[in-house]
Design a protein around this ligand. Structure first.
Ligand code: DO4
Ligand code: MG
Length: 301
């Protein structure tokens, strides 16, 4: 099942179920559910999966199903019109890094050092705090280049969403936008590369865990458009990940309280060339056949 959150004038947020090119308005059927976070809470209390909860609600409803076309929601956010939002309001987004060989090799070559290779080959993975809900952009909303960065990169990643017992309830796409020039200057500046306004895009859907046959075989593509021309294309597959999600979770939860709805971004296998930092007006399009297309324009702060 693919879930989205959408904005509608007069209503802060609603939850939708994507079926082909339509979005069914679940909030019509379950008025107590305005966010995917609410849905996760209800499913948690009932001790059933998100998909089961939604199936039960749909089966028990005999009214007319209302909704939108997906296309009509997949538009630039405007308070006057319905549009997609982040797929959930994640209290915390965490990132893992150098989980793909390509990421480790590139970062070491660039800085003529071996620290990334050491982490790639260590038991302990690299993890970092990435964002809070207010720093995350949904589909078609701007991702940002911070004012003091001359080279900010897109990092297209598969992300998973955690339930209150540490279980993976679903998957989404994450753009771990990072100011590479700042983290290259000194690895201790990593937080400033990773965490700032508009540093993270999530979406477009949250695909429930039951619907993903093999999370270690997901294709991720990325394209960057500048003045309507494609200036970058790259792809990766999660089979190239060097670590399992169990392994990442094992470290994430060590003496660390992780709230329900936390998003964990699993690292990038797509690396931008050194002459292609993001610029105001670029459009970054990340996609996966299972999750959908996440497009975000770039804004220079
Ligand atoms: O320390 C660098 C960050 C690595 C990262 O975010 C990634 O590999 O995706
Ligand atoms: Mg990353």
């Amino acid at each position: 099942m693919k879930l989205v959150q959408f904005y509608e004038p007069g209503q802060e947020s609603g939850v939708g179920i994507v079926q082909d090119d339509h979005v069914i308005d679940l909030t019509e059927i379950m008025p107590e559910v305005e966010t995917v976070n609410d849905l996760m809470h209800v499913a948690g209390v009932a001790r059933i999966s998100l998909a089961e909860l939604v199936e039960r609600a749909l089966n028990g409803y005999d009214g007319q199903l209302a909704g939108f076309t997906y296309e009509s929601l997949d538009v630039t956010p405007d308070v006057g019109f319905p549009h997609l939002m982040v797929p959930l309001f994640s209290p915390e987004v965490w990132g893992f890094g150098v989980t793909y060989k390509r990421s480790a090799e590139f970062r070491d070559d660039d800085a003529q050092q071996t620290i990334y290779d050491q982490v790639y080959n260590s038991d302990r993975p690299e993890s970092f705090f990435k964002a809070t809900a207010s720093r995350c952009s949904g589909p078609n909303a701007p991702i940002c280049v911070r004012g003091d960065s001359k080279f900010t990169a897109t990092e297209p990643e598969l992300a998973y969403v955690l339930g209150d017992e540490g279980e993976i309830v679903g998957y989404t796409l994450c753009n771990d936008v990072s100011a590479w020039d700042i983290e290259k200057e000194n690895p201790l500046y990593l937080n400033q590369s990773k965490i700032y306004q508009g540093c993270c895009a999530l979406g477009p859907t949250l695909v429930t865990a039951d619907e993903i046959d093999d999370p270690y075989d997901i294709d991720i593509q990325c394209r960057i458009l500048r003045d309507d021309a494609v200036v970058f294309e790259g792809e990766a597959n999660t089979s190239q990940l060097a670590r399992s999600f169990d392994e990442l979770n094992e470290y994430l939860y060590r003496d660390n309280l992780i709230p329900s709805g936390t998003v964990v971004s699993t690292g990038t296998g797509i690396i931008l060339p050194n002459d292609l930092g993001l610029q105001e007006g670029d459009l970054v399009v990340i996609s996966s056949p299972e999750i959908g297309v996440l497009s975000n324009p770039v804004q220079q702060l």
